[in-house]
Design a protein around this ligand. Structure first.
Ligand code: MRU
Length: 347
């Protein structure tokens, strides 16, 4: 039994296969896809069946279990050499969310230590990655909620909820806990063009949990702040650099600029698996560019003038200087910078 406000699971290992809740179909249909090989998992990540940095990492870890099982059947003595291509395909599926390579590195360490049939040991590791993520989210929920202060409304962007993680969510974990504690009266959710993660996923998750949610067009967020309607912006992250710069869904940077201007506080909630201490600052974070069709069409229907070209970065970088609080499972960094990040990651 999952506790109140924690019922949704997007990534499930069931009867020797990976089942992913197809997030492209939400909220219209609750459909799980059953995947039995690593190439299918890489494609599901690329095609946004599963999305959100931690959920991508967890799905990839289960993908390694599927790859190892197949390679060991093919060649019990040489499966370790043969699995390299599967790992590379999984790693290349989406470039910005560092949780993907973080999870693969963990699985690779188990591969290096495993003789004989690897499936059981790798499945244990993938399950650990999954369970640790849920535990981290629950801890961050408590740490973030403790920062909220007086009761009020908050704004979130994209979906950093149960659907984007092993369960419970990062930004939505703080929101779930804050709501339980009576500190959050309402959540404003940006629609989040072009994939509409806010309209389709965040609004659905919150409505499922009975948390009041108001949807707004992305372009309305600054006006909402100007009206004094929100106290905090709370978002997740796809990669955080060693100086505290944050890559997250396109539009996050604009929210951080508007929040600072209007005196609204800005909170980033992410597990340490999202922190990349090898990257000195946000300028070095690879930003995924996605297909033009995502902007030129909506629900398969053309919505733009023929001949328009498209710039479609999936993420942007918010400088650390605009972040009031970075919440991780290891603790909180207020006004994060390189020194505070190093201290946090050393704990
Ligand atoms: O393109 P997406 O839907 O994978 O982007 C997701 C986000 O930007 C989330 O905010 C981020 O991954 C954090 S999820 C806990």
């Amino acid at each position: 039994m999952t506790p109140l406000h924690d019922r949704i699971r997007a990534v499930v290992w069931r009867e020797n296969a990976l089942e992913l809740l197809d997030q492209r179909q939400l909220p219209g249909a609750l459909l799980y896809r059953r995947l039995t090989d690593a190439a299918e998992v890489a494609k599901a990540i690329q095609d946004m069946v599963v999305r959100g940095a931690p959920a991508i990492g967890i799905a990839a870890a289960y993908g390694v279990v599927l790859a190892a099982r197949a390679r060991h059947v093919e060649s019990p003595d040489h499966w370790r050499e043969r699995i390299g291509d599967d790992l590379a395909a999984l790693a290349a599926a989406r470039p910005t969310a560092v949780n993907l390579v973080w999870a693969l590195r963990r699985m690779e360490r188990v591969i290096a230590q495993t003789a004989g049939d690897p499936a059981e040991r790798l499945l244990t590791e993938a399950r650990m990655i999954h369970e640790e993520d849920i535990a981290a989210n629950r801890r961050m929920g408590g740490l973030g909620a403790a920062l909220l202060g007086a009761r009020g409304a908050v704004l979130t962007h994209c979906n950093a909820g149960a659907l984007a993680t092993g369960g419970y969510g990062t930004a939505l974990g703080v929101i779930r806990r804050g709501y339980e504690q009576g500190l959050i009266e309402r959540v404003y959710a940006d629609e989040t063009r072009p994939w509409l993660q806010g309209a389709r996923l965040t609004a659905w998750e919150l409505a499922e949990d009975g948390i009041p949610v108001t949807l707004l067009a992305d372009g309305a967020a600054a006006a909402l702040m100007q009206c004094g309607r929100v106290r905090w912006v709370i978002v997740g992250a796809d990669r955080i650099a060693a100086n505290g710069d944050v890559a997250n869904k396109i539009g996050t940077y604009g929210l951080a600029v508007a929040a600072r201007y209007h005196g609204v506080r800005f909170m980033v909630v992410a597990p340490t698996s999202t922190v990349d201490m090898h990257i000195p600052n946000g300028a070095a974070i690879p930003i995924e560019q996605r297909a033009a069709e995502e902007l030129l069409t909506l629900g398969g229907q053309p919505v733009a003038a023929a001949g328009a070209e498209v710039w479609n970065p999936s993420f942007d970088v918010t400088p650390a200087a605009l972040v009031d609080a970075l919440v991780t499972e290891r603790g909180v960094a207020l006004a994060p910078d390189a020194e505070k990040m190093a201290r946090l990651m050393a704990t």
